[in-house]
Ligand binder design. Structure first.
Ligand SMILES: C[S@@+](CC[C@H](N)C(=O)[O-])C[C@H]1O[C@@H](n2cnc3c(N)ncnc32)[C@H](O)[C@@H]1O
Length: 266
């Protein structure tokens, strides 16, 4: 009852303030709503990222798409790896020149575009995203960057469900050995080891050599312990090729990784 009395008493004042300061009230309401939405969505909004990139980049130009992502990330929270980690990843991709690459964690397509623009002619990327809305938005950004469906495939599922199906999306090609020669993991660090074991089981790591790039989101000493312990215990086929704050590159080669890895830190 008291609530009704207070509301009725305040109504004329609220109406007067609203009409006099209509624009300011509207801006304030919009800010409160965006703030509440960000809070509910956990701070990062994939739709906002997509909308900004889609409407501000030059369509068909991968470098413009990446620059627009970087511009957005200057003022907004964004899960993309960003230019610094991106350049470290570029170095690996330029060295490996993978004909077949696998990415776990597409998000809005930033790292997919970085990878795709450096694949050799005929190269193909399989990228996996758990969230269906995010997967659609990521796929659209990859297309907007100028890449064709013949060059990439987005799989919408968890990495654990996707890995056993990946082989069916790899076309046999020269020098491919039936597997992938680059894997980028940037999905969930708890999944890095189980997914590496699944890739081994499915024989998806190219036996003649495969670089597995682990993005380090959590810079604590323990973040990659499980997977690095596994790699350390399998010195017959794994070595650590690059170790940076932002990423670790593991090199896999069936039987003889040790020689390849000696002094290989870049
Ligand atoms: C940090 S973001 C990836 C950012 C992306 N590499 C980039 O730079 O643009 C992680 C993404 O992985 C997805 N993800 C999380 N767990 C996953 C899983 N088990 N399988 C597939 N995708 C997953 C999330 O939905 C999210 O979009």
């Amino acid at each position: 009852m008291w609530l009704v009395v207070v509301s009725v008493t305040l109504l004329p004042a609220v109406t007067m303030v609203s009409s006099r300061y209509r624009v300011k009230v509207a801006v304030l309401c919009h800010r409160v709503l965006s703030w509440a939405l960000r809070l509910v969505r956990g701070g990062v909004c994939v739709r906002d990222t997509h909308a900004f990139v889609f409407s501000n980049c030059t369509h068909g130009k991968a470098d413009s798409v990446l620059e627009t992502f970087d511009l957005y990330a200057e003022t907004h929270q964004c899960l993309c790896i960003g230019p610094q980690t991106g350049e470290a990843l570029d170095k690996v991709v330029k060295r490996v020149r993978p004909l077949r690459a696998l990415e776990l964690g597409t998000h809005c397509g930033y790292s997919s575009v970085r990878l795709l623009r450096l694949l050799p002619p005929g190269g193909r990327l399989i990228t996996v995203e758990l969230d269906p809305v995010t997967a659609d938005l990521g796929e659209e950004i990859i297309l907007v960057s100028g890449f064709k469906h013949s060059q990439f495939q987005v799989l919408t599922s968890s990495s654990a469900e996707a890995i056993p199906t990946v082989r069916s999306f790899l076309e046999p090609s020269q020098g491919n050995d039936g597997g992938v020669s680059l894997v980028l993991m940037d999905h969930d660090s708890q999944q890095y080891l189980p997914d590496l074991l699944a890739l081994e089981r499915e024989e998806l790591l190219c036996p003649s050599g495969c670089s597995i790039v682990l993005i380090r989101r959590n810079r604590s000493a323990d973040d990659l312990r499980g997977i690095l312990d596994h790699v350390g215990a399998r010195a017959d086929c794994y070595c650590i090729k690059t170790e940076l704050q932002c990423l670790v590159e593991i090199f896999y080669q069936k039987g003889s990784a040790r020689a390849e890895g000696d002094g290989g830190n870049t």
